[in-house]
Write a protein that binds this ligand. Structure first.
Ligand SMILES: *Cc1c(COP(=O)(O)O)cnc(C)c1O
Length: 429
């Protein structure tokens, strides 16, 4: 196997897994809001909401403190009986399952197609056989998920579907932008997402009543905003339903508004990087690449390859080699049913989740972000290529007994590779 571990060479520039970019204009806009004295939810949030809603073809946007809060608010607004079952893909971020649990509902974990990392119709039907009142659909990595087919497979109308679009601002499903397809779509503006603010989220919807309700429930469910201290503002409010503290601030919105100006350019750069990876890694045996959708648009929030046995490499070995060359990688995601808390609190479908179990050990996300330069992509690809070529050469059947006698086998060498990034994997959304 390939694993001749070398110390990072001086000339090798580190390639972090993610590098959030905040434009100078966004920094200026944020400090302007801070100096203005009005920094909570206000007119800047309203303007940002309208911009994002327009971008995704929805009538309304409701800004939130995070993507997870957006999911919790949307799921709570379904008004399901406590303990009702909600389908949640097991190959997703834990924040989505927490949101369902915090809303007093029970996630039913859905297995995934090992080719896409997302539930297919068959897995959705199997999970829904356990009973489902609603479902989360995740567009993993920015790949459009077939929302209509999955809802039909679950036997649910689109107004029982909440989309986890944390990776999917800029994703299109056929002719429709993600954000205007189901009842409620939840975005994240977390630091590493494709429209980074640092923290923030949004629900987009065409349902006016839902939007009005989310505007209340994101701010303690107060009937009016009592912190409107302008002349004529009132201190009087009442509360008629459960509320969260999950509003977006005008500081976040001001950053988002400036960042949005670069969004189309950033997305084009992500597409270029994905195409470059695809071209350079295409012929490597055992390195299976993510597919671009036949129609619609992939947002390329992630570039997750699958490391198969044909490569002669194990995913952790390849991650270790890249790490030795100062290249960051990650894994999206550790399946939820591998985590003790979700095993205790979620329903697992009959027959388990074999697709996710098979996929997880192969998954490896390579760096992809607008600031990533071509030469960095080329360096990542060169190291992956060298590793595969060498691993396959070393893995050829050994006819002499020398290697075996010395203990110098591929498996032995793999086991000795330091897993420098092990503890970080799967922790970052
Ligand atoms: C990031 C992420 C979330 C949560 O977003 P936050 O803004 O970090 O709360 C939800 N789902 C997925 C798939 C994510 O990657």
């Amino acid at each position: 196997m390939t694993v001749r571990v070398v110390a990072p060479r001086q000339a090798e520039l580190p390639v972090p897994f993610a590098r959030p970019e905040i434009l100078p204009e966004a920094v200026r806009a944020a400090s302007g809001i801070l100096r203005s004295g009005r920094m909570a939810t206000g007119p800047v949030t309203a303007a940002f909401e309208q911009q994002v809603a327009t971008l995704v073809g929805a009538a309304h946007g409701v800004g939130t403190s995070s993507g997870s809060a957006a999911i919790e608010l949307a799921v709570r607004a379904l008004d399901l009986a406590p303990g009702s079952r909600v389908l949640v893909p097991t190959m997703s971020f834990c924040g989505a399952a927490h949101a369902v649990l915090h809303a007093g509902l029970t996630p039913v974990l859905v297995d995934v197609d090992p080719a896409t990392g997302m539930p297919d119709v068959e897995a959705t039907e199997r999970a829904a056989s356990e009973g489902a009142e609603a479902m989360l659909v995740v567009h993993l990595g920015g790949m459009p998920a077939p929302v209509h087919a999955l809802a039909a497979a679950a036997g649910l109308p689109l107004d029982r579907v909440v989309e986890d679009a944390a990776h999917a601002l800029g994703t299109w499903l056929g002719d429709d932008p993600v954000g205007s397809i189901s009842w409620a779509t939840c975005f994240s503006f977390y630091a590493t997402k494709n429209l980074p603010i640092g923290e923030g989220g949004m629900v987009t919807t065409d349902d006016r009543d839902l939007a009005a309700r989310l505007r209340r429930t994101r701010l303690h469910a107060m009937s009016s905003d009592p912190w409107d201290y302008r002349p004529g503002g009132s201190w009087l409010y009442t509360v008629e339903e459960a509320g969260l503290k999950a509003n977006m601030s005008d500081v976040q919105a001001a950053i988002g508004r400036e960042q949005l100006r670069a969004f189309a350019r950033w997305q084009r750069r992500r597409e270029e990087i994905a195409a470059r990876y695809a071209a350079e890694l295409a012929d490597l045996p055992g390195i299976e690449l993510p597919h671009a959708p036949a129609t619609g648009r992939h947002a390329w929030h992630l570039y997750a390859v699958r490391v198969g046995p044909e490569s002669g490499l194990d995913r952790d070995v390849l991650a270790g080699v890249l790490s030795e060359h100062a290249i960051g990688t990650s894994v999206h995601f550790v399946p939820l049913h591998h985590m003790p808390y979700f095993r205790r609190t979620c329903v697992l479908p009959p027959g388990g989740l074999p697709g996710a179990d098979a996929l997880f050990p192969r998954l490896l996300s390579l760096p992809i972000y607008p600031a990533l330069e071509d030469r960095a992509v080329d360096r990542v690809c060169g190291i992956v290529r060298d590793a595969v070529v060498q691993a396959r050469r070393d893995a050829r059947p050994l006819s002499s007994s020398d290697a075996a006698a010395s203990g110098d086998t591929a498996a032995g060498r793999a086991a000795r590779v330091p897993h420098a990034r092990q503890e970080q994997r799967g922790t970052a959304p």
